[in-house]
Design a protein around this ligand. Structure first.
Ligand SMILES: [Zn+2]
Length: 217
Protein backbone atom coordinates (compact mmCIF):
# COMPACT_ATOMS: atom_id res chain seq x y z
CA UNK A 1 0.00 0.00 0.00
CA UNK A 2 2.87 2.38 0.74
CA UNK A 3 4.00 2.48 -2.87
CA UNK A 4 0.39 3.19 -3.88
CA UNK A 5 0.09 6.17 -1.52
CA UNK A 6 3.49 7.49 -2.59
CA UNK A 7 2.11 8.15 -6.07
CA UNK A 8 -0.14 10.95 -4.83
CA UNK A 9 2.67 12.51 -2.85
CA UNK A 10 4.91 12.28 -5.94
CA UNK A 11 2.17 13.91 -7.98
CA UNK A 12 1.82 16.78 -5.48
CA UNK A 13 5.57 17.40 -5.65
CA UNK A 14 5.55 17.20 -9.45
CA UNK A 15 2.78 19.84 -9.70
CA UNK A 16 4.76 22.05 -7.32
CA UNK A 17 7.94 21.63 -9.37
CA UNK A 18 6.24 22.30 -12.69
CA UNK A 19 4.34 25.39 -11.50
CA UNK A 20 7.52 26.57 -9.72
CA UNK A 21 9.39 26.46 -13.04
CA UNK A 22 6.51 28.00 -14.98
CA UNK A 23 3.40 29.21 -13.16
CA UNK A 24 1.33 28.88 -16.37
CA UNK A 25 2.51 25.33 -17.11
CA UNK A 26 -0.91 23.70 -16.75
CA UNK A 27 -2.75 26.61 -18.38
CA UNK A 28 -0.61 26.08 -21.47
CA UNK A 29 -0.96 22.30 -21.28
CA UNK A 30 -4.74 22.40 -21.26
CA UNK A 31 -4.97 24.42 -24.49
CA UNK A 32 -4.04 21.72 -27.01
CA UNK A 33 -1.54 19.03 -27.86
CA UNK A 34 0.71 19.39 -30.84
CA UNK A 35 3.24 16.56 -30.66
CA UNK A 36 5.64 15.81 -33.51
CA UNK A 37 6.05 12.18 -32.49
CA UNK A 38 3.95 9.06 -32.19
CA UNK A 39 5.76 6.47 -30.09
CA UNK A 40 4.66 2.83 -30.27
CA UNK A 41 6.46 0.80 -27.62
CA UNK A 42 6.25 -2.15 -25.27
CA UNK A 43 4.18 -2.10 -22.07
CA UNK A 44 7.23 -3.30 -20.11
CA UNK A 45 7.51 -1.16 -16.95
CA UNK A 46 11.25 -0.72 -17.47
CA UNK A 47 10.80 0.93 -20.85
CA UNK A 48 9.26 4.35 -20.38
CA UNK A 49 8.42 6.49 -23.38
CA UNK A 50 8.89 10.17 -22.49
CA UNK A 51 11.61 9.66 -19.89
CA UNK A 52 14.05 7.72 -22.06
CA UNK A 53 13.63 10.30 -24.83
CA UNK A 54 13.99 13.26 -22.47
CA UNK A 55 10.57 14.58 -23.51
CA UNK A 56 7.75 15.95 -21.41
CA UNK A 57 3.97 16.44 -21.41
CA UNK A 58 2.63 17.45 -24.82
CA UNK A 59 5.70 16.21 -26.72
CA UNK A 60 4.77 12.68 -27.74
CA UNK A 61 1.60 10.69 -28.46
CA UNK A 62 2.06 7.23 -26.99
CA UNK A 63 0.75 3.73 -27.62
CA UNK A 64 2.08 0.74 -25.72
CA UNK A 65 1.24 -2.95 -25.80
CA UNK A 66 3.02 -6.26 -25.29
CA UNK A 67 6.06 -6.36 -27.61
CA UNK A 68 5.11 -3.21 -29.58
CA UNK A 69 2.89 -5.00 -32.07
CA UNK A 70 0.92 -3.25 -34.83
CA UNK A 71 -1.77 -5.65 -35.95
CA UNK A 72 -4.33 -4.79 -38.59
CA UNK A 73 -7.17 -6.28 -36.51
CA UNK A 74 -6.20 -4.40 -33.34
CA UNK A 75 -8.51 -1.40 -33.29
CA UNK A 76 -6.56 0.24 -30.50
CA UNK A 77 -3.23 0.63 -32.29
CA UNK A 78 -4.82 1.39 -35.66
CA UNK A 79 -7.06 4.08 -34.12
CA UNK A 80 -4.05 5.64 -32.39
CA UNK A 81 -2.06 5.71 -35.64
CA UNK A 82 -4.96 7.10 -37.66
CA UNK A 83 -5.64 9.85 -35.10
CA UNK A 84 -1.97 10.74 -34.79
CA UNK A 85 -1.51 10.98 -38.56
CA UNK A 86 -4.74 12.64 -39.62
CA UNK A 87 -5.53 14.92 -36.67
CA UNK A 88 -2.28 15.53 -34.82
CA UNK A 89 -0.30 15.37 -38.07
CA UNK A 90 2.74 13.87 -36.37
CA UNK A 91 5.96 14.11 -38.38
CA UNK A 92 7.54 10.91 -37.07
CA UNK A 93 6.18 7.50 -36.05
CA UNK A 94 8.58 5.50 -33.91
CA UNK A 95 8.25 1.79 -33.27
CA UNK A 96 10.50 1.07 -30.30
CA UNK A 97 11.29 -2.48 -29.17
CA UNK A 98 13.70 -3.45 -26.41
CA UNK A 99 16.17 -6.20 -25.65
CA UNK A 100 15.04 -8.61 -22.92
CA UNK A 101 11.42 -8.28 -24.09
CA UNK A 102 9.24 -10.84 -22.31
CA UNK A 103 6.69 -10.83 -25.14
CA UNK A 104 9.31 -11.67 -27.75
CA UNK A 105 10.81 -14.32 -25.48
CA UNK A 106 7.40 -15.96 -24.97
CA UNK A 107 6.82 -15.97 -28.74
CA UNK A 108 10.10 -17.84 -29.23
CA UNK A 109 8.75 -20.82 -27.30
CA UNK A 110 6.52 -23.05 -29.40
CA UNK A 111 3.91 -23.79 -26.75
CA UNK A 112 0.34 -22.99 -25.72
CA UNK A 113 0.17 -19.76 -23.73
CA UNK A 114 -3.61 -19.52 -23.63
CA UNK A 115 -5.11 -16.09 -24.17
CA UNK A 116 -1.74 -14.72 -25.27
CA UNK A 117 -1.60 -17.06 -28.30
CA UNK A 118 -3.27 -14.76 -30.86
CA UNK A 119 -1.15 -11.81 -29.75
CA UNK A 120 2.12 -13.73 -29.78
CA UNK A 121 1.28 -15.25 -33.14
CA UNK A 122 2.08 -11.92 -34.83
CA UNK A 123 5.61 -12.20 -33.42
CA UNK A 124 5.81 -15.90 -34.29
CA UNK A 125 4.95 -14.87 -37.86
CA UNK A 126 7.95 -12.53 -37.78
CA UNK A 127 10.09 -15.51 -36.75
CA UNK A 128 8.72 -17.58 -39.64
CA UNK A 129 9.37 -14.78 -42.16
CA UNK A 130 13.02 -14.64 -41.04
CA UNK A 131 13.43 -18.25 -39.99
CA UNK A 132 16.52 -18.97 -42.09
CA UNK A 133 18.44 -16.04 -40.65
CA UNK A 134 17.27 -16.63 -37.08
CA UNK A 135 17.89 -20.40 -37.12
CA UNK A 136 21.43 -19.78 -38.39
CA UNK A 137 22.29 -17.80 -35.24
CA UNK A 138 23.77 -20.30 -32.79
CA UNK A 139 23.80 -18.10 -29.67
CA UNK A 140 20.29 -18.10 -28.11
CA UNK A 141 20.90 -14.60 -26.71
CA UNK A 142 21.90 -13.20 -30.11
CA UNK A 143 18.93 -14.92 -31.77
CA UNK A 144 16.63 -13.38 -29.16
CA UNK A 145 18.14 -9.90 -29.71
CA UNK A 146 17.82 -10.30 -33.47
CA UNK A 147 14.14 -11.25 -33.21
CA UNK A 148 13.56 -8.08 -31.15
CA UNK A 149 15.10 -6.06 -34.02
CA UNK A 150 13.24 -7.94 -36.76
CA UNK A 151 9.97 -7.55 -34.87
CA UNK A 152 10.51 -3.78 -34.84
CA UNK A 153 11.18 -3.79 -38.59
CA UNK A 154 8.09 -5.86 -39.35
CA UNK A 155 5.90 -3.62 -37.16
CA UNK A 156 7.28 -0.59 -39.06
CA UNK A 157 6.12 -2.32 -42.25
CA UNK A 158 2.71 -2.89 -40.65
CA UNK A 159 2.49 0.86 -39.93
CA UNK A 160 3.40 1.60 -43.55
CA UNK A 161 0.61 -0.68 -44.78
CA UNK A 162 -2.00 1.79 -43.45
CA UNK A 163 -3.67 4.09 -45.98
CA UNK A 164 -3.36 7.19 -43.77
CA UNK A 165 0.41 6.69 -43.49
CA UNK A 166 0.86 6.09 -47.24
CA UNK A 167 -1.28 9.12 -48.17
CA UNK A 168 0.37 11.33 -45.56
CA UNK A 169 3.83 10.54 -46.83
CA UNK A 170 2.82 10.75 -50.49
CA UNK A 171 1.17 14.16 -50.22
CA UNK A 172 3.07 15.83 -47.33
CA UNK A 173 6.33 13.83 -47.01
CA UNK A 174 5.38 12.88 -43.47
CA UNK A 175 5.02 10.88 -41.29
CA UNK A 176 8.37 9.13 -41.51
CA UNK A 177 8.44 5.74 -39.79
CA UNK A 178 11.48 4.86 -37.66
CA UNK A 179 12.51 1.62 -35.96
CA UNK A 180 14.36 1.79 -32.65
CA UNK A 181 15.55 -0.65 -30.01
CA UNK A 182 16.00 0.39 -26.40
CA UNK A 183 19.05 -1.42 -25.04
CA UNK A 184 17.87 -2.11 -21.53
CA UNK A 185 21.42 -3.15 -20.50
CA UNK A 186 22.96 0.26 -21.19
CA UNK A 187 19.95 2.59 -21.40
CA UNK A 188 20.90 3.54 -24.94
CA UNK A 189 18.47 4.00 -27.82
CA UNK A 190 19.56 2.29 -31.03
CA UNK A 191 18.24 3.63 -34.33
CA UNK A 192 17.86 0.67 -36.71
CA UNK A 193 18.15 3.24 -39.53
CA UNK A 194 15.33 1.84 -41.58
CA UNK A 195 15.21 3.53 -45.00
CA UNK A 196 11.53 4.49 -44.98
CA UNK A 197 11.33 5.53 -48.64
CA UNK A 198 12.91 2.23 -49.71
CA UNK A 199 10.56 0.36 -47.38
CA UNK A 200 7.53 2.07 -48.92
CA UNK A 201 8.68 1.28 -52.45
CA UNK A 202 9.42 -2.32 -51.50
CA UNK A 203 5.90 -2.96 -50.21
CA UNK A 204 4.04 -0.92 -52.81
CA UNK A 205 3.26 -3.68 -55.29
CA UNK A 206 1.37 -5.69 -52.69
CA UNK A 207 0.15 -3.10 -50.17
CA UNK A 208 -0.42 0.16 -52.06
CA UNK A 209 -3.75 1.79 -51.13
CA UNK A 210 -3.24 5.13 -52.88
CA UNK A 211 -3.38 4.16 -56.56
CA UNK A 212 -0.35 6.39 -57.13
CA UNK A 213 3.15 5.79 -58.41
CA UNK A 214 5.42 6.13 -55.38
CA UNK A 215 8.50 6.94 -57.48
CA UNK A 216 7.83 10.61 -56.86
CA UNK A 217 11.27 11.50 -55.61
ZN1 LIG B 1 8.73 -5.94 -24.02
Amino acid sequence: MDSYKTIFENNRQWVEKKTGEDKDFFKKLVKEQNPDFLYIGCSDSRVTAEELMGLGPGDVFVHRNIANVVNTLDMSSTAVIQYAVEHLQVKHIIVCGHYDCGGVKAAMQAKDLGLLNPWLRTIRDVYRLHQDELDSITSPKERYDRLVELNVEEQCINVAKMACVQEGYLYHQYPIVHGWVFDIRSGRLIDLEIDFVELMKRIQRVYDLTGEDWNYK
